[in-house]
Design a protein around this ligand. Structure first.
Ligand code: FES
Length: 165
């Protein structure tokens, strides 16, 4: 297992400290850790358990229960494809297939190079734009495999440029 950096551990400590007196602190802390680090490392669950007195098993149970929490680091770029009914009917499976082909990601996992994560989501409330994909939070309506292809190529080019810089 990869060790967390000192900075990440410090960040977790300050999140825990900030919320320890609040009602329902476990869920609040988990949310903030997920937002800040992009996932919930085991160390965070331990610290939350210690600070709140809720058992580590229970904290882990909460993490497992809510789909928005993940215990594995996400890729640098997160691609969500909506598999709600409207999007599915309009072909979102083809979008998923395209992402898998181009990145090697499985659904709800991260590519080996750590660059991309692919998440299948339920209806994101934009059915009029179906099929919908989101790349790093940007909503792409009436999405096609070609658009996915272009977007992933753009991101790969950006990565290459940042390596050269
Ligand atoms: S089904 Fe995809 S946005 Fe509603």
């Amino acid at each position: 297992m990869e060790r967390l950096t000192a900075a990440a551990l410090k960040q977790i400590d300050s999140i825990v400290e900030k919320h320890v007196g609040e009602p329902g602190p476990v869920i609040v802390m988990l949310h903030e850790v997920q937002n800040e680090l992009g996932y919930i490392p085991f160390e965070a669950m331990e610290k939350i358990s210690k600070a709140t007195g809720v058992s580590a098993a229970e904290v882990f149970g909460v993490v497992n229960f809510y789909a928005q929490f993940t215990t594995v680091p996400k890729g640098k770029h997160v691609i969500n494809v909506c598999l709600g009914t409207a999007c599915y009917v309009k072909g979102s499976q083809a979008l998923i297939d395209e992402v898998i082909k181009l990145t090697g990601c499985e659904v709800n996992s991260t590519s080996e190079d750590g660059l991309f994560s692919l998440d299948a989501t339920r209806c994101v409330g934009a059915c009029g734009l179906a099929p919908v994909a989101m790349i790093d939070g940007k909503v792409i309506g009436s999405c096609t495999p070609q658009i996915i292809n272009d977007e992933i190529k753009k991101l790969r080019d950006l990565e290459k440029d940042s390596l050269r810089a």
